[in-house]
Design a protein around this ligand. Structure first.
Ligand SMILES: Cc1cc2nc3c(=O)[nH]c(=O)nc-3n(C[C@H](O)[C@H](O)[C@H](O)COP(=O)(O)OP(=O)(O)OC[C@H]3O[C@@H](n4cnc5c(N)ncnc54)[C@H](O)[C@@H]3O)c2cc1C
Length: 513
């Protein structure tokens, strides 16, 4: 729509990018009198496959004797030209060190580039899509063509259907206009100002910004978010007058949003630094000491396959994990709090290769982003750039107590558990007394009879909020480790910590890859 408004348009093509370009150039050559191609421009991206595509495009352009130009991506919070390190090798391995090197964050971004007033029109002739593909002319046709293979062969034929009465926490509508509208809504409604206190929520539309999909797809940029916040903080946009914090400078909510946007930058810089290690099981740390289990893998029995399938289908018996997995499957979104628990459950409680989880997320997330996804999975699995690495384990029962105390999120997505009223039973459904199971329609339910893990935590016991690097109010405080023993060579040392066997008492240091 924006391109149309500026007199231009967008053409979609299917195929490998090098082949598509080749077909287009050959097609245009046949109409040389009307159209002349003078150059091919593309945006610089991190990632192994993305670099491969860049190379393919460059080669085709060279073969046809036309110019090739690579643009530095400007959709990040801090521009590449302002990163205070002259080589990726020098990028810090710990986020905090990176953050300190670029603070104060509010002064760091460059100005947003102005939108061009007009753009060149498209030529009358455009080479057609090569067979066997067909590009539908209308949006609806495109959508049904994309969904057709999934409808014919759903990824999870047996997953519970979309539960009644629930709505997606991130009902994403593509395009820059919808993204800008969302930013304005977040500021005007006060959600940005409250962000620090609400960001660990699980249910609802505005507990966090839900800007991730627009950011990931390039519909909005981190700099645009920042400057909209500046307008609010400086009192430069009358539309926000009346919102708490208007004209009063940076507040803890707006500062926290900038902080998260910097995490996004940082994950991308790690991809640049570590290249293919983003996808290796040993991660950025190159730590291959974990005895990861893999369904169908060497030495893995059928129980690993079953465990993985139940993890995907959201029938593990651990409410928080099951709710998040079903939410993700049906909506393409699940909150950051839930993502951390799910990743920790797969990697640290089940001991299953974290890469399978990352691939699963890659296939479902509407906000899928190469660096954010794979970098965060590594981080939680203990092979990435979390300085606490393997020692950080989330107890998903304690996390449910802290972040879903009445079990509303779990009951929303796991319909079978709606008759339950006691949080202890919602979070640890195997604790429902056998005599009540029939009455509650939970007899012969695999989550109740055969939970994948009986994660221990006494609901009602005292304990601070906590868990992971986003430990609620205490990012550096209580890490929320309960006593649900993870597998994968860990044991509970009795002091609130899981230790890897054989490494008890060894200092844990970030070994600085
Ligand atoms: C296992 C795992 C996988 C993830 N995969 C992705 C992914 O594929 N794409 C993605 O965008 N985010 C990913 N994240 C990060 C985070 O969960 C999402 O960005 C966030 O939940 C999106 O919701 P939001 O826009 O409301 O976030 P908000 O809390 O409102 O944050 C604002 C923005 O900051 C950025 N951000 C927030 N948290 C992180 C983070 N931990 N790392 C990097 N950037 C962050 C996002 O761009 C987000 O939109 C993942 C996290 C985990 C633990």
């Amino acid at each position: 729509m924006d391109l149309e408004n500026q007199g231009s348009n967008l053409v979609l093509r299917v195929g490998m990018v090098g082949d598509v370009l080749e077909d287009m150039l050959v097609g245009f050559r046949s109409k040389e009198k009307d159209v002349q191609v003078v150059g091919v421009w593309m945006t610089d991206e991190e990632g192994v496959e993305e670099k491969g595509e860049e190379k393919a495009v460059r080669q085709v352009a060279e073969k046809h004797g036309i110019g090739f130009r690579l643009w530095t991506d400007e959709k990040y919070f801090i521009d590449d030209r302002d990163i205070p390190f002259d080589s990726p090798r020098k990028y810090p391995d710990v986020f905090t060190s990176y953050r300190k090197s670029v603070e104060p964050l509010r002064d760091a971004p460059r100005r947003v580039l102005p939108t061009p007033k007009s753009l060149p029109t498209l030529p009358n002739f455009i080479p057609p899509q090569k067979e066997p593909f067909l590009i539908p002319g209308k949006y609806d046709g495109l959508q049904s063509a994309l969904l057709k293979p999934l409808e014919a062969r759903p990824l999870l034929p047996k997953i519970a259907p979309f539960p009644k009465g629930v709505k997606s926490a991130s009902p994403f509508e593509g395009g820059s206009k919808a993204g800008q509208k969302r930013i304005q809504h977040l500021i005007a409604s006060g959600a940005m100002t409250n962000y620090k206190d609400t960001r660990n929520g699980l249910l609802g539309l505005d507990f966090s910004t839900k800007l991730s999909a627009w950011l990931a797809l390039g519909c909005i940029t981190a700099r645009q978010v920042h400057f909209q916040l500046i307008d609010f903080e400086e009192g430069h946009n009358e539309e926000y007058r009346g919102t708490p914090g208007y004209g009063k400078g940076e507040n803890k909510g707006t500062a926290a949003v900038r902080f998260e946007l910097l995490w996004r930058d940082y994950m991308r810089l790690c991809t640049r630094k570590f290249g293919p290690r983003l996808f290796r099981v040993g991660g950025f740390r190159d730590d291959n000491s974990y005895p990861w289990k893999t369904p169908d893998g060497k030495g893995s029995g059928p129980e690993v396959k079953e465990a993985f399938e139940r993890f995907l289908n959201g029938t593990t018996g651990t409410g928080l994990i099951d709710a998040s997995q079903r939410e993700l499957y049906h909506t393409g979104y699940t909150s950051n709090r839930a993502r951390q628990n799910v990743a920790s459950y797969l990697a640290k409680h089940l001991g299953i290769n974290w890469k399978l989880g990352a691939e699963w997320y890659e296939s479902l997330l509407t906000d899928y982003d190469l660096s954010n996804n794979w970098g965060n999975w590594q981080y939680v699995a203990g092979v990435g750039n979390d300085p606490r690495g393997e020692a950080r384990v989330f107890n998903p029962v304690k996390q449910a107590v802290d972040y879903d105390p009445r079990g509303e999120y779990i009951k929303a997505w796991v319909e079978e558990l709606r008759p339950l009223t006691e949080p202890q039973e919602i979070f640890q459904v195997w604790k429902v007394e056998p005599e009540r199971r029939k009455k509650l329609d939970l007899e012969s339910n695999i989550m109740v009879d055969k939970p994948l893990k009986r994660i221990d935590f006494r609901v009602g016991s005292k304990g601070g909020r906590g868990g992971g690097r986003y430990g609620g109010s205490s990012r550096n405080g209580n890490r929320g480790r309960g006593r649900g023993g993870p597998q994968n060579g860990y044991h509970y040392n009795g002091n609130g910590r899981y230790e890897k066997k054989g490494q008890e008492d060894k200092p844990r240091v970030n070994n600085g890859h």
